[in-house]
Design a protein around this ligand. Sequence first.
Ligand code: SF4
Length: 731
Amino acid sequence: MLFGRKNKIPIKIADKQVREWKYTTCGYCSTGCSMEVGLNPEGRPIATRGVAGADVNRGKLCVKGIFEHELFNSAGRGKEPLYRGRYFEDFTTIGWDAALDTMGTEIKRIQHSYGRDAFAVVSTGQIMTEEFYTLGKLVRGVLGTNNYDGNTTLCMASAVSGYKRSFGSDGPPGCYDDFEHTECLLAFGSNLPEQHPIIYWRLKEALERRRFPVIVVDPRVTMFAQFADIHLPITPGTDLVLLNSLAHVILDEGLEDHTYIEAHTNGYAEFADLVAHYDPVSAAKICGIDEDTIRHVARLYARAGAAMCIWTMGINMGINQSTHGTDGVCGINNLSLITGNIGRPGGSSLSITGQCNAMGTREWSSCSGLPGYRQLENAQHRREVAAFWGIDADFFPAKRGLTMTDIFPAIETGQIKGLWLVATNPMTSMPNSARIRRSLEKLEFLVVQDAYVDVETTQYAHLYLPGAVWAEKEGCFTNTERRVNLIRKVCEPHADSRPDHWIFSQLAQRFERSRNMKFPETTSAIFDEMRELSRGDGRILDISGMSHKLLEEKKGIQWPYRAGDEQGSPRLYSDSKFQFPDGKARLLALPYIENNEVPDADFPFWLNSGRVVEHFHTRTKTGKIGNMNKFSPTPYMEINPDAAMELGVRHAAYVRLVSRRGDAVVMAQLTQRVPKNMVFIPFHFHDCVNRLTLGLLDPYSRQPAFKQNTVRIEHIDQELAARLNIESRAY
Ligand code: SF4
């Protein structure tokens, strides 16, 4: 036998007999990778590849994207609508007409008996932007309930609130190209290599051409922290202390950009007074980062010609997912503003979104307001949209209703009697799942609309509607850098599942109020309607130059993109004009309030949670894909070897974690990645981390604090645990 590099036998990749490649965009994370799905001679999807000419991913895909064609025929897909009565008889199949008639009748009964707001709607970040727009038109213009939200409240709501408080509008100001220009990157609670592998690859490409410091703030030694130049292992929940302290050093040492502050911001005096109290010596005692390191990082950041901050929903620490998540985002924005790092190449404050179309729902779903970043609180906006849809402006509420995290407590108290969940799975994703279960059991009518019939929440549904998944339909997603990308239809919907926009417009026809409204049949026609609604002088979210055809040609376009524009806008606020009436941004004084559930004698460990590269959110999709599940099949806990030794916990043993809310069984993995007083669990698994979490809410965004919890560890019978674990994870 011959060995050695010279005699290596090349790997042969079997010819899959792809007959045709169809252009689309990845449906997992918000990176927005352009891809093509290969069809075999029978028209079956059999392969996926990246698109070389696409600016976002330049031919690359991560491990999830590469296997995405397996989604179409994966296990657990819903085939037809299912219905059962009020008392949870067995599900029986029911045709689409009967299903939508029943749904219309039940919504009318609940709204007639208890009021319009007694029926609530919670959607997702997973469906197309045109579908979000149609759902918003149905909910705001026809059903008229004000208790309407998206599951994006669980991930990016604090980024939205923070951008609005600092800049006067939502909208991430930067883009991936900023990596090519920045001279310092400060990453908060972001584990890019696992969460957004292709954005990480863009960063690595930039670093190979030109060195600049990468600083990662995270209580856990994540993959990103291992690759960083400086890692700040912060105490959970104290990010605001670190941010204020960095600002303190910048002002104290005169490193701020005073000309920019003077010309383009308000609130400097109050801000400076507050951060004066956050000297690094005092801050170090709270946030766990030593005084010298705080000073060093502040100088690196402020002295860089261009510096940028990125953060995600709070994997491993708590920027967004914290009781002061919005303040944390504003604290990051403060750093950008005092150093003039907004709207210029390499200078940005960029939130990295989670779901593929979390941005689409922020922009067009009307969950928190009206389409195109219009506000319910603004009478002019209400009039504009009402006139455009052909309804009476008085039908709109003048103030936003309940968020997702307030809807469940309102079910508990009997204020809400009916709920429609669209592509979201609160039994796995919401904190304190025992409380969510009790809420769902109280509902008079629960509709679950999802591509998968086996999502855990379906157990509590009265009506199940099978939605088409991802590229079984056509439409757009907006990615993290405001790039609108097109998804072309690759194959027909599975069995008798239907595109979500079809379900929304068909339901609208069951209501008299929709008679004078138009619900276009194709997503391309819906997009054209949105385009017209976006047109306007000075409107930040302007897509009036876009069309489906152009989006495919250009492999995505970043908004604003006005009619007549030659190219999209890589950055917002390049003209330093912000979205407040005076055009100035706001520097905000943000006092730190200690409200963590902190380790004590009864619950001595911080409970930390986050994502692994193989899985996406509640595993509804990746849990069915062979390779994803094979690489990461089991819920596990990372524990420091010293803590494990003291407790007598062996590597790969099962243990029970107990919090004040509940318990969960996980497998122990001994690693120095976590400090001695912390355990980490991937958040993807059902009946796991969210049996333990508390979920106190941020006062602005109502986003839960998933990371501010504590647990203790108990030994259990290993054989029984292994059996239970294997049985409960099997699909
Ligand atoms: Fe899909 Fe995100 Fe992976 Fe790109 S990085 S292939 S968008 S999951």
